[in-house]
Design a protein around this ligand. Structure first.
Ligand code: GLC
Length: 467
């Protein structure tokens, strides 16, 4: 698995004019992924869901939400993806179900209950416990997402059935959601005050507690083994929201873990280098710099750095995950936008911009979230432009395919991140001034014409040189 393209199904392509993307729409755009040269697509959740967390609140693990289509539409998508040599990863949400999943009323003992809340906090703010019928159930995320008890063998068996279901239908693996929250302390003890930083951004309230009991329990590996058991040798990448120093149990069972230290690094060479160095101490890092939770390359690192960020993402060793729209440097909605997601993530999820029409070619109806800036940035225009971000991303994906293994961080001038990669030197200038780059040869790929000239990198530029 080298480059995986993240499809956020609601916002990729609408085929029926209801303003929400769907599976038939994704199928109609597979040729874009083939043209781009990626190996696989990862679908954010398509299961039936009340959409309190836009699909991450699953009410049936073995069906498709009608807004996206049905099982026949899924089968057609897998078939056509495979026909084109693309693999397809599903997104599984093992930690919690929707409170509207029939299990929640039929099998309350599959969930985690307490007579009184302890001090655990929800990732979205406030107590992680919600009252129901004189007791409290645990929700590590929204109250509409009740945490499953993975120490209950019936839960394990039911989830294994769900995992097998999609693999039997042709899926090639899973991105596994919020996996560090899967197992908690069996005694549900209070988290103690934090004595050292967690190592990744948390809310102010969460950062005050050491999350030693509310997740990542010492026996997590046993549950991960059950996931692996159901999945055979399918590709599994974990959304492990932990610093890389704590990945070991996850990588014992999964192929890769998202390197959130790099995702959260400021765009500064020293910090980026430190994050890459930590995340590559052991094999297993999956690289991601943008997604539906944290935002787009152009907003996270600044428009001026978006191309260099794409170059970094695609030149690092190990699987790289590219979020839909980032190949054209797509923009975001307004900060703080909360039309749908209470946690304020709508702005990272606006529709894909395929052409310069007002709807961006996304829908014939009214898009569920408005199209941001299709006339300025869209696939159709950038495909024909040799200097576009899309052309750059495509070239990087192609080069990446032919790069042999080998990775070594290099010393470089202040503000320059540099590494050797498969017979090439990669150098990125994170500053607004010209900087020397430790390269000898001519640029094979550069973020803009002339970005690397006589050993000097232009401001915000990146380049890949032979040798
Ligand atoms: C993951 C998903 C995010 C979701 C959360 C709870 O972090 O990426 O979108 O809200 O899990 O399932």
């Amino acid at each position: 698995m080298t480059v995986v393209y993240q499809v956020y199904p609601r916002s990729f392509q609408d085929s029926d004019g209801d303003g929400v993307g769907d599976l038939a729409g994704i199928r109609s755009r597979l040729d874009h992924l083939v043209w781009l040269g990626v190996d696989a697509l990862w679908l954010s959740p398509i299961y039936p869901s009340p959409m309190a967390d836009f699909g991450y609140d699953v009410s049936d693990y073995t069906d498709v939400d009608p807004v996206f289509g049905d099982l026949a539409a899924f089968d057609a998508l897998v078939r056509e993806a495979h026909d084109r040599g693309l693999r397809l990863l599903m997104d599984v949400v093992p930690c919690h179900t929707s409170i509207e999943h029939p299990w929640f009323t039929e099998h309350p003992d599959w969930y985690i209950w307490r007579d009184e809340p302890n001090n655990w906090l929800s990732a979205f703010g406030g107590s992680a416990w919600a009252p129901l019928d004189g007791r409290y159930y645990l929700h590590s995320f929204y109250p509409e997402q009740a945490d499953l008890d993975w120490r209950n063998p019936e839960v394990v068996a039911a989830m294994q059935d769900g995992l097998r279901f999609w693999l039997d239908r042709g899926a090639d693996g899973y991105r596994i959601d919020a996996i560090d929250r899967l197992l908690k302390d069996p005694h549900l003890r209070d988290d103690p005050p934090a004595t050292e930083p967690f190592g990744l951004p948390l809310s102010e309230a969460e950062a005050k507690l050491a999350r030693i009991y509310s997740g990542n329990a010492p026996d997590t590996g046993r549950a991960l083994a059950k996931i692996r058991e159901a999945c055979g040798d399918a590709f599994l990448v974990g959304e492990v929201y932990l610093p890389s120093s704590r990945w070991a149990p996850y990588l014992e069972h999964f192929d890769a873990a998202f390197a959130f230290e790099l995702l959260h690094s400021p765009w500064e060479a020293g910090a980026l280098r430190a994050a890459v160095e930590r995340s590559t101490r052991a094999p297993g890092a999956a690289w991601v710099l943008s997604n539906h939770d944290f935002g787009r390359l152009s907003t996270r690192f600044g428009d001026e750095n978006a191309r260099a960020a794409a170059l970094l993402l695609l030149m690092l060793p190990g699987p790289a995950f590219l979020y839909q729209g980032d190949e054209i440097g797509q923009g975001e909605g307004p900060p703080g936008e909360r039309r749908f997601d209470r946690a304020g993530r709508d702005r990272h999820r606006h529709p894909m911009q395929w052409d310069g029409s007002p709807s961006g070619g996304f829908t014939t109806g009214e898009a569920w979230l408005p199209v941001v800036d299709a006339p300025e940035r869209n696939v159709a225009d950038q495909r024909d432009d040799p200097g576009s971000m899309l052309t750059l991303v495509r070239e990087l994906v192609a080069l990446r395919r032919e790069l042999p293994d080998g990775f070594e961080l290099l010393d470089a001038a202040d503000g320059v991140l540099a590494f050797r990669r498969g017979g090439h030197t990669v150098a990125i200038n994170t500053t607004a001034e010209e900087r020397p780059a430790p390269v000898r040869g001519e640029a094979r790929i550069q973020t803009a014409p002339g970005a690397l000239s006589r050993g000097l990198l232009a401001p915000h530029a990146g380049a890949v040189a032979m040798g």
